[in-house]
Design a binder for this molecule. Sequence first.
Ligand SMILES: [Fe+2]
Ligand SMILES: [Fe+2]
Length: 166
Amino acid sequence: MPAEKTLHDAFHETLKDVYYAEKQSVRALKKAAKAAKSPALKQLFETHGEESATHVERLVQVFESIGKPARAKTCEAMQGLTAEMDEDLEDFGKTEAADDVLIGCAQAMEHYEIARYGLLKSWAKKLGLSEAESLLGQTLEEEKKADALLTQVASTGAAHITSKAA
Ligand SMILES: [Fe+2]
Ligand SMILES: [Fe+2]
């Protein structure tokens, strides 16, 4: 029988998964920024891409805070979402629906991140990992904001978001 696993182990495993997912999202956002037709949407993707690079750094700090090396573990969920984005770009990238389709893909990724950061934050609280809880909470808020901005762009046709997407 293997030694019994704890919530702390689950936290650590999920952290590795999110570390992988976040790095994938930086790449996906670069691709999305390149593909977006509306300047406002392009700007939003660029801004959140920069934020996401910070999220990767924050995750490294979370690993440090629990005394573990920063290691990624393949996240099949995010892999699937980015593969769908590639597929959608092939099918719709040159059509008038391109931006709408991109927003849909990006929101699927944001929702995944929100679910995972929300979970990790509540586990950190339960485990008394206050530094991790605070770092994860900061990122969670930025993911929610990115999601809200995407909703705004989707419903207003992107034109009303000004250059300061943050
Ligand atoms: Fe992120
Ligand atoms: Fe994100």
